[in-house]
Design a protein around this ligand. Structure first.
Ligand SMILES: [Zn+2]
Length: 199
């Protein structure tokens, strides 16, 4: 039985597999040791698939349209990043590309790789590395920070031009929610249990 330390008081517990919907708490302080969500595996997989579709839509369609003195300019996410780069802000362009493109793509690909293979009854090669990379990708994936920046910028821009939110903007809003829900439902322990049960 694996040993788990309480995050709050460091008391060690021996913790076996938990049934679905059960929460394990510390004997001494009541701190959360582990939570097994109901249908966590299937929920994460479904949400990750939905997030992948939303990500594709968010990148394929216009993000914002500006109308200024009868001239309409449309931007999408990638052209926005390229414009930042060309406009002499390469560091910001690289940071935006990393946090809203590269990291979320890595996060979703790794999640779908692991869950997809386990779902069809296979053990994903390089599983510990995939989990490690997923942790890094998740910490760099910051769609919500980007959206906050957009929400702050839109009222300022509205003074200068007519702003029409595009399909990509709404997809980003949904993506932000669906991706957080996927990560909240994701339980790496459950993946290990399924993989080990098959060995
Ligand atoms: Zn405790």
């Amino acid at each position: 039985m694996p040993t788990v330390a309480c995050h709050d008081c460091d008391l060690l517990h021996r913790l076996g597999p938990l049934p679905e919907g059960v929460t394990a708490r510390c004997r001494r302080c009541g701190g959360l040791l582990r939570k097994r969500t109901r249908n966590g595996f299937e929920r994460t997989l479904a949400l990750a698939l939905a997030a992948a579709i939303l990500f594709a839509v968010a990148n394929a369609f216009p993000f914002l349209s500006f109308e200024m003195r009868g001239r309409v300019t449309q931007t999408n996410v990638v052209t926005g990043i390229v414009d930042l780069w060309k406009g002499g802000k390469p560091e910001i362009a690289a940071l935006v590309a990393l946090t809203i493109e590269v990291a979320p793509v890595a996060q979703l690909s790794l999640l779908l790789y692991v869950l997809g293979l386990v779902r069809i009854g296979r053990v994903p090669p390089g599983l510990p590395t995939a989990f490690r990379l997923l942790r890094h990708a998740t910490s760099w994936s910051m769609i919500e920070v980007f959206m906050l920046g957009i929400i702050v910028a839109i009222p300022k821009l509205m003074g200068m031009a007519t702003i029409v939110p595009g399909l990509a903007l709404w997809s980003f809003v949904l993506l932000m929610l669906v991706l957080s829900a996927a990560m909240a439902a994701f339980d790496p322990e459950e993946v290990w249990e399924r993989v080990e049960g098959r060995r």
